[in-house]
Design a protein around this ligand. Structure first.
Ligand SMILES: [Mg+2]
Length: 206
């Protein structure tokens, strides 16, 4: 079978909104506030009196969000259309840093909003799981999309030939996330990202 290109995309902040629904969840379910004064979730989540919630309280909050509130994560504009077009010629996998037991729900939620792709729940660096996908798919070309610079660094280390694209689709954190020196280019909206990917694929596909 002829090798196809492989698109490996992050989910939060690339395919689905995370910040706005997480702020809503914290307020409505826990009476907490989150103001993105810096690019950190822990420390910026505060009780009504302004006291930050301790770091140890953060993992259960995130777990509760994914368990009870994931259906409020609306799609990033243009993501479903762009991936739908790319999926005609490419394999598409969503590589997301989410606990394994939430990955099934994420698969369902993404499909519900027009993104019916395989979802892999990961923890930590994305370079090693991406290498596994390269072994499995043997793609003609691979494109990696993520909003967090350390994930680009991890992929650059483990799979340097992968084309790495930085996208910060959520306006709320765009000014807080630093440049990703290990990414080849940055596009913060899907029409621009799609056009960049199409150019790459045209150049490399025989
Ligand atoms: Mg992300």
């Amino acid at each position: 079978m002829k090798a196809r290109p492989l698109i490996v995309s992050d989910c939060d902040g690339v395919l689905l909104h995370f910040i706005a629904p997480f702020v809503d969840y914290l307020r409505e379910v826990h009476g907490l506030t989150l103001r993105m004064d810096s690019f950190a979730l822990t420390g910026n989540v505060k009780q009504a009196d302004g006291t930050p919630v301790p770091a140890s309280a953060f993992p259960p909050l995130l777990d509760g969000f994914f368990a009870d509130w994931m259906h409020n994560q609306h799609p990033i504009a243009g993501a479903a259309d762009a991936l739908g077009l790319l999926a005609r010629e490419c394999d598409v996998v969503v590589l997301t840093n989410i606990a394994g037991h939430h990955a099934d729900r994420r698969t369902t939620e993404l499909a519900r909003v027009g993104m019916p792709y395989r979802v892999i729940g990961n923890q930590g660096g994305k370079g090693a799981p991406l290498r596994k996908l390269l072994d499995e798919f043997q793609p003609s070309e691979t494109i990696f999309i993520d909003d967090l610079p350390p994930n680009h660094a991890s992929v650059a280390t483990h799979a340097p030939h992968v084309h790495r694209l930085h996208m910060v689709a959520e306006a709320e954190v765009r000014h807080l996330i630093p440049a990703a020196p290990d990414a080849h280019a940055r596009h913060d909206d899907w029409p621009a990202m799609l056009s960049h990917i199409e150019t790459i694929l045209k150049g490399k596909t025989p």
